[in-house]
Design a protein around this ligand. Structure first.
Ligand code: ATP
Ligand code: MG
Length: 344
């Protein structure tokens, strides 16, 4: 009995992490290296909430609600297939958590349009999406919505890519304003944790593998699709013959081997040989193909089994969302009351 309650206490004191993914398509090997592998480790040491961010996905996908809807199950399947355990980790659906939307509306009054426009992450993303002057208002304001997501769970740790730290800074500015207005600390500040692994480039050689760019290898890819993607992978345009010296920098095959090859000594030897000349693209691609087939194979099998059990997947999302709803409802109340607003 005693032991159990001690364990219960330990569980309660674990730091809270909020993270998640926009539901814009199935997850890819970049997600595995950059975020999923870490999340698997966090499951024991932290209280982990994974947000299926369908509302955020809409901020630049309002023309494709069907894709956003379909991807909710795709992303949930990917989570479960890689080993996210719904008994330890809460998987929840953003659009079905009203406190997140309510807090977003409140927070929008604690941030200026000028500040949103100055956010470096948003500036880069607006440029990358070619919005010009036609920026969806939801997109410009998503940092306030993200502040709502983070604070509603009272998450103190938020794993983000290097390019996204400005979003956490903006969250903390809102937190400080809310706390100052309330005259007490209602919300904790969050810390951005940048994963050691940087960013996996796209198979086309672009800086980032991404769901929306058509340059990804999905965790659900068929053996043939994996081989075709590896075969077409960008290597080094000047490495024409096997005996030519080749570049490792900017070579997508080596970037993927860096991420997934578990034999670093052999990999270093291969890099040296490639740079000297004498190692063909065919050999490095075969090695990567084998490694990716071994990584993705079991995930694909598990995913296919889970996809057969639609009711189970729905149940995981439903019960996680319910748990998240009560948790975030408490925070919303604390904010409303803390600010001294009318409560019926
Ligand atoms: P979209 O094209 O819809 O923006 P995406 O592929 O960029 O999708 P996101 O859902 O925006 O994926 O990314 C969620 C998180 O996944 C990022 O914060 C980052 O931690 C991780 N991630 C995404 N792509 C990569 C990548 N290529 N390499 C490493 N990590 C990645
Ligand atoms: Mg993205």
């Amino acid at each position: 009995m005693r032991r159990l309650s001690f364990l219960g206490k330990m569980k309660m004191n674990r730091p809270t992490i909020l993270t998640g993914d926009r539901t814009t398509g199935p997850l890819h090997i970049g997600h595995y290296a950059g975020s999923l592998a870490n999340r698997l480790r966090y499951q024991d040491s932290h209280e982990l909430f994974l947000l299926l961010a369908d509302t955020q996905a809409l901020t630049d996908n309002a023309h494709a609600p069907e894709k956003v809807r379909r991807s909710v199950i795709e992303v949930a399947l990917d989570y479960l297939a890689v080993g996210i355990d719904p008994n330890r980790t809460t998987i929840c659906l953003q659009s079905h958590l009203p406190p997140l939307a309510e807090l977003s509306m409140l927070y929008l009054n604690f941030v200026t349009v000028a500040r949103l426009e100055r956010n470096p992450t948003i500036k880069d993303e607006i440029r990358a999406r070619g919005f010009g002057r036609d920026i969806p208002a939801g997109f410009l304001c998503y940092p306030a919505a993200q502040a709502a997501d983070i604070t509603a769970f009272k998450a103190t740790i938020v794993p983000v890519g290097e390019d996204q730290t400005a979003l956490i800074e903006q969250t903390n500015e809102i937190v400080r304003r809310i706390n100052a207005t309330a005259g007490k600390t209602i919300l904790p500040e969050a810390q951005a944790v940048i994963p050691q692994f940087g960013r996996l480039p796209g198979v086309d050689g672009k800086a980032k593998m991404s769901k929306s760019s058509g340059n990804a290898i999905a965790l659900s890819a068929s053996p043939e699709a994996i081989s075709a993607a590896v075969k077409a992978m960008f290597t080094d345009l000047t490495h024409l013959r096997i005996e030519d010296p080749g570049q490792v920098e900017g070579n997508v095959v080596f970037a993927c081997l860096d991420a997934f090859d578990e034999d670093p000594a052999t990999l270093e030897e291969m890099k040296a040989q490639y740079q000297r000349g004498g190692l063909g693209d065919g050999r490095i691609k075969r090695r990567l193909d084998d490694i990716l087939q071994a990584l993705i194979g079991p995930i694909r099998t598990r995913r296919a089994e889970l996809a057969e059990d639609h009711a189970y997947v729905l149940d995981v999302i439903r019960s996680g969302t319910e748990k998240a709803r009560s948790r975030t409802e408490v925070t919303k109340r604390e904010v409303v009351e803390g600010l001294g607003l009318f409560v019926l």
